[in-house]
Design a protein around this ligand. Structure first.
Ligand code: DGT
Ligand code: MG
Length: 364
């Protein structure tokens, strides 16, 4: 592998937002191993090591071909000794067969169950989903109850065709409420992924201040259409005077909802992804809707398009290289002491002095 330098910037920057990363991953064996380890460190709250392996995985995802020797890693950033050792040995991580890892992975696969709850259940000796459902002392919240209720459906991948069908349905619902609206399918599908774990859709009104009402009206309409299986609505807590946050992990403050929707097989040209569901005639799908004010739409679209690693590095790049603070709400220039406006994602890249990356190049 020849690690060259392209005109206009380093090909292997330490920042994911300076590497063009498509969905073609030629090092999936290594990146899978790194991501398993990252997840394991996350379960153990070892955030530094978790991030180190996420970064290492992200660098390998941007390579134009598979690594064929350890020497090739020497010119790459973000690969520590531990990561290189794994590449050298070429083995899959031992944690894969670790009971704790497997159990926490299983528990967190339920919608509404985070690492803390999974850990608590693990510590009390629970090892399977049946154990949890049979345990009288466990009080599941509404989200978790629905996570279990629809577990079979929502733990199966959503196809691009299914995501498109849902975008069409939401688009029509939005249109019927207000003809002047902006709407986009975002998240992994906007980056060109064939499958995802949910469908992320962003929309807003052209009239500033009406966006939250639109979201509420959409939810009401979905309920009326009989396709709303579950809804966790979170009202906006957006404060336009606040500076962008340092933490990526915190959710943004825009009005949003986490839904489970019913998707009919007849809505999907290619049919449903799973034969069982196709025979049944419908499936449940996890859908997230977010509705930012129109003047923040570009920031929210950029933030929700991901990938998570791309977003983390955009923020880190802004802070470390430009003395700017970026999040889903806006961009603040600490030198000029002012917010920088943006009507498009391109405007944000321009403010940051970064070459524009298409959504399909952000699969870091
Ligand atoms: P998927 O759905 O697993 O195929 O993959 P993605 O990339 O669609 O991931 P998803 O749906 O979890 O999130 C979509 C984007 O939304 C993600 O790339 C970044 C953003 N996002 C999701 N959760 C958070 C969060 O907790 N904090 C922040 N700041 N952004 C988030
Ligand atoms: Mg998604």
């Amino acid at each position: 592998l020849v690690v060259g330098h392209e005109p206009g910037g380093p090909r292997f920057s330490q920042y994911a937002c300076q590497r063009r990363t498509t969905t073609d991953n030629y090092n999936v064996v290594f990146t899978d191993a790194f991501e398993v380890l990252a997840e394991c460190y996350e379960f153990n709250q070892m955030d530094g090591r978790c991030l180190a392996f996420r970064r290492a995985a992200s660098v390998l995802k941007s390579l134009p071909r598979g690594l064929s020797s350890l020497e090739e890693t020497h010119s790459l950033p973000c690969l520590g000794g531990h990561a290189k050792a794994i590449i050298g040995v070429g083995s899959s991580p031992k944690v894969l067969s670790d009971e704790r890892y497997q159990t926490l992975k299983l528990f967190t696969s339920v919608f509404g169950v985070g690492p803390k709850t999974a850990e608590k259940w693990y510590r009390s000796g629970l090892r399977s989903l049946d154990h949890i459902l049979a345990d009288q002392s466990i009080q599941l919240n509404h989200m978790q109850q629905n996570g279990f209720l629809h577990y079979g459906d929502i733990s199966r991948a959503v196809s691009k065709a299914e995501a498109r069908a849902l975008t069409k349905a939401i688009g029509e619902t939005v249109q019927a409420i207000t003809p002047d609206a902006l709407l986009a399918l975002t998240g992994g599908f906007r980056r060109g992924k064939e499958f995802g774990h949910d469908v992320d859709i962003i929309f807003t009104t052209l009239e500033l201040g009406m966006e939250e009402n639109l979201l509420l009206a959409v939810i009401k309409s979905l309920e009326k259409q009989g396709i709303l299986l579950y809804c966790d609505y979170q009202a906006s807590t957006f404060d336009l005077t606040k500076l962008p946050t340092h933490s990526f992990e915190a959710m943004d403050h825009f009005a949003k909802c986490f839904l489970i929707l019913r998707l009919e097989a007849s809505q999907v040209e290619e049919g449903l992804n799973s034969p069982v569901e196709d025979i049944r005639g419908w499936r449940a799908v996890r859908v997230d809707l977010v509705s930012p004010p129109v003047d923040r739409y570009a920031f929210a679209l950029l933030g929700w398009t991901g990938s998570r690693q791309f977003e983390r590095d955009l923020r880190r790049f802004a802070r470390k290289e430009r003395r700017m603070l970026l999040d889903n709400h806006g961009l603040y220039d600490k030198t000029k002491e002012e917010f920088l406006a943006a009507g498009t994602e391109k405007d944000i890249f321009d403010h940051l002095g970064l070459e524009y990356m298409e959504p399909w190049q952000r699969n870091a």
